[in-house]
Write a protein that binds this ligand. Structure first.
Ligand SMILES: *Cc1c(COP(=O)(O)O)cnc(C)c1O
Length: 383
């Protein structure tokens, strides 16, 4: 099925990119587990010659991803980091990249520890602050890069405003949309040039596959990225593409349940005496509640909360909940819990971006909301 603006997300998630297999009629795209394809004559083939360049299972995934974000083109990668790295290969030595200052740790590491060694200049600025971003733009700025909501503080950036600033400077805007998923926010429609996903998270949705994606509209830039996808070679295997496609089918209903559960849990936490602060874009207490209402179709499944009891209390909650598994990552059907300060954010401990040691981050799954609340309540009532 080709993408059509007439279809809603629930429909696109089930149908986009996927056609019955022309050979057998198989309804689900087969896992074309092959590295190479027979040629009909020298340099003549049926559209596929080698699986790094193209593979039919990946082609189906590209179609689905493009449709979900309302973009013209999509490219899938072996991980979210591989996808970000491929976008950054459009940037040349001497160019400047303005990045959000609380982007995903792996993104910061790639920018600061890897790519800066190749002559690309990076500045890290607070992308929730339009003035700070406008002031950090330089004559050689080629890319503005941000996440919204961010991890784990769930800060929001105004995508449309950032696109205006980036474009006025002749730069691209790239938005890592992993936390919102295409179900809740579509950055291309708000003016972004690139959308990035770690499909490992909500798009895959089952914590069983690592992957990444870029979605964009500009055909000339797509051709350059498609060339890079093959030339650099960080492609996902056919099985990974199949698993991601399978996850996508239920994206819309999963996200609805993630949002429903997270809202109930956020309200429960906000009323609990052991909890000092709840950070969730669906609560009116969120400093950017109004932007969340304007920019997102739902507040998402991620909640951070700070306990009065500090790190000791946070460790107890993370360890003793039964339904929330203590683990990094997010976006799967099962609920996860982690402490960013000693886990995902240990590397920023001594910086201005250090996370409160009493902060707990939960990735709310699609279980029953009351069961999840009872699990948290049992532990919080002991604090
Ligand atoms: C996980 C994540 C990434 C990196 O993706 P991988 O698939 O782990 O390589 C990038 N951005 C955000 C916001 C993430 O959560």
């Amino acid at each position: 099925m080709t993408q059509s603006p007439d279809f809603h997300l629930e429909t696109l998630a089930v149908h986009a990119g996927v056609e019955p297999d022309p050979l057998t009629g198989a309804v689900m795209t087969p896992i074309y587990q092959t590295s190479t394809f027979a040629q009909t004559d020298v340099a003549q083939h049926k559209g596929y010659d080698y699986s790094r360049s193209d593979n039919p299972t990946r082609t189906a995934l590209h179609g689905a991803l493009a449709a979900l974000e309302g973009g013209q083109h999509a490219l899938a990668f072996a991980s979210g980091m591989a996808a970000i790295d491929t976008i950054l290969r459009l940037i040349k030595p001497g160019d400047h990249v303005l990045s959000g200052n609380d982007v995903y740790g792996g993104t910061f590491r790639l920018f600061d520890k890897v790519l800066s060694g190749y002559g690309i200049e990076f500045t890290f600025a607070n992308t929730t602050d339009e003035t700070a971003v406008a002031n950090a733009i330089q004559p050689n700025t080629k890319l503005v890069w941000l996440e919204t909501p961010t991890n784990p503080m769930l800060r929001l950036s105004d995508i449309a405003a950032m696109a205006t600033i980036a474009h006025a400077a002749g730069a691209w805007l790239g938005v890592d949309n992993t936390f919102a998923s295409p179900a809740l926010q579509n950055p291309l429609a708000l003016g972004a040039d690139f959308v990035l996903h770690s499909t490992t998270k909500y798009i895959g949705g089952h914590s069983d596959v690592v992957g990444g994606a870029i979605i964009l509209n500009d055909t000339a830039i797509y051709e350059r990225l498609k060339f890079l996808q093959n030339a650099v070679g960080a492609v996902p295997g056919p099985m990974d593409c199949f698993l991601t496609l399978r996850g996508i089918k239920t994206l819309a209903i999963r996200m609805a349940q993630h949002c429903h559960n997270a809202m109930q849990i956020a309200q429960f936490l906000a009323d609990h005496p052991a909890v000092a602060e709840v950070i969730y874009p669906g609560l009116e207490s969120h400093p950017q509640y109004e932007l969340a209402q304007r920019q997102m179709r739902g507040p998402g499944g991620m909640i951070s909360f700070i306990l009065h009891g500090g790190e000791a209390a946070a460790r107890l909650v993370a360890r003793d909940t039964q339904l929330f598994t203590l683990a990094e990552s997010l976006g799967g059907v099962e609920s996860l819990i982690e402490l960013p300060a000693p886990m995902t954010h240990a590397s920023v401990a001594d910086s201005p971006l250090a996370i409160d040691p009493g902060l707990v981050r939960v990735s709310v799954g699609i279980e029953n909301a009351q069961d999840l609340i009872n699990d948290l309540k049992g532990v919080l009532n002991r604090l």
